[in-house]
Design a protein. Structure first.
Length: 190
């Protein structure tokens, strides 16, 4: 009996391996590695694709679909605690380094300014058959999920930080994400 599977000799060269690393403002002058994570990281493009129903069609019709909404996100399971990481995890937060001699004071008001958005957040990882990384980017990123520090006995605290990409008001037709996938030797396509 024949075996059916998708494994080829090229399979081992086409795997996204390990957790990757999360960068803030990737490929910019102020690029910064977010730091150690645990439990992996996630790049997601949620999309609402509407099917336009028409009389006489017995199902979906090619060409009668449209994208209604797109939400690009990177979720980092942050293990490394720093003042800058906590500030990045709280949209609109500010840091007062001078009031207290032993602690940085992190607070915020209820206003999110344009300057609070990161240029981008990137999940950078390894493709097994390439010297170049795969780079998943959300643009105009803001940490807009809930903030919760999870502690437990005999364990290290972690924070799940959700960075969401935002459309640029000057170009609402361009989705706020991109994937930079390495060109593979021999085409690497299908």
């Amino acid at each position: 009996m024949a075996r059916y599977h998708g494994v080829t000799t090229e399979t081992v060269k086409r795997l996204f391996v390990d957790a990757g690393a999360v960068y803030l403002n990737y490929d910019e002058l102020d690029e910064r590695l977010l730091g150690a994570t645990r439990g992996g990281n996630t790049f997601t493009i949620e999309q609402d694709v509407r099917e336009i129903e028409v009389d006489g069609a017995r199902g979906p019709v090619k060409g009668l679909r449209r994208i209604i909404e797109v939400r690009a996100q990177i979720v980092a399971n942050l293990l490394e605690m720093t003042t800058e990481n906590l500030k990045a995890a709280l949209a609109g937060a500010t840091v007062d380094e001078n009031t207290n001699t032993t602690h940085d004071i992190i607070t915020r008001e209820l206003t999110i300014k344009d300057s609070d958005y990161l240029k981008n957040v990137a999940l950078v990882g390894e493709i097994s058959g390439s010297q170049e990384p795969v780079i998943c980017i959300v643009k105009n990123a803001l940490a807009d999920g809930n903030f919760s520090v999870n502690t437990a006995d005999k364990d290290e605290a972690g924070i799940e930080v959700t960075f969401t990409g935002h459309f640029d008001p000057e170009n609402l037709d361009e989705e706020p994400w991109e994937i930079r996938f390495p060109k593979m030797a021999g085409g690497g396509g299908s």
